[in-house]
Ligand binder design. Structure first.
Ligand SMILES: N[C@@H](CCC(=O)N[C@@H](CS)C(=O)NCC(=O)O)C(=O)O
Length: 206
């Protein structure tokens, strides 16, 4: 059985967890914090979580975990069948991660962990997040899902990245990322109503 390593507060961990739940693939949870110990680095070379443990070895990087789960051919497909639409879905995943998740993360320490970040970092994050949100507005279909009419891995990335980014922007940058973005707000609510999302939220409170 696949083992999913990570911790329940991690948004990336919850993306991998949601993919497993949505595909109805059985897994065992292994509670691990990111760290730089040799035994951890042997499993996850940047010391990050999540990573999964398979009978053949370890896989890290959340979008790669998505693709591995998809390639197992179990459960409902979370990519469109059409090659072009599939590529567009992967494009959205990458855009959300690179241009929303990562700039927001530069403010994570101040937003949630009692740290502080420089004014220069904040200014850069503001500029980058404005561009990232503009990109998502241009690219997202919200019909009602981010890549079209079916739920995909892009929705998983969207939900957990936007929630984190929104929190960082509000707490540190005094910015409302979803101002004038009602379609994104509605999609967050739609995804939060899925059984997988409810289970993940309940596990976070334990
Ligand atoms: N690119 C990685 C990012 C994963 C990531 O940043 N995970 C966070 C937890 S939410 C982490 O391990 N942070 C610790 C660190 O960066 O050292 C992925 O796609 O899985």
């Amino acid at each position: 059985m696949i083992k999913l390593h990570g911790f329940t507060i991690s948004n990336y961990f919850n993306m991998a967890k949601m993919a497993l739940l949505e595909k109805d693939i059985a897994f065992e949870f292994v509670n691990v914090q990111p760290n730089q110990e040799e035994d951890h680095l042997a499993r996850s070379p940047m010391g990050k979580v999540p990573f999964i443990e398979t009978s053949e070895g370890f896989i890290s990087e959340t979008n790669v975990i998505f693709d591995y789960l998809e390639d197992l051919g179990k459960g409902p497909s979370l990519y469109p069948a059409d090659p072009f639409e599939r590529a567009k879905t992967r494009e959205l995943i990458k855009e959300i991660e690179l241009y929303i998740e990562l700039p927001a993360r530069t403010c994570l320490a101040e937003a949630f962990f009692g740290g502080s970040v420089s004014d220069e970092t904040k200014e850069k994050a503001k500029v980058a997040l404005k561009l990232g949100i503009a990109c998502l507005k241009r690219r997202g279909k919200f019909a009602p899902y981010v890549a079209g009419d079916s739920f995909t891995y892009a929705d998983i990335m969207f939900a957990y990245s936007l929630n984190l980014a929104r929190g960082c922007a509000k707490r540190v940058l005094d910015m409302d990322l979803l101002e004038d973005f009602a379609s994104a707000e509605s999609l967050l609510a739609l995804i939060a109503s899925r059984d997988s999302a409810k289970l993940i939220a309940a596990d976070q409170k334990r």
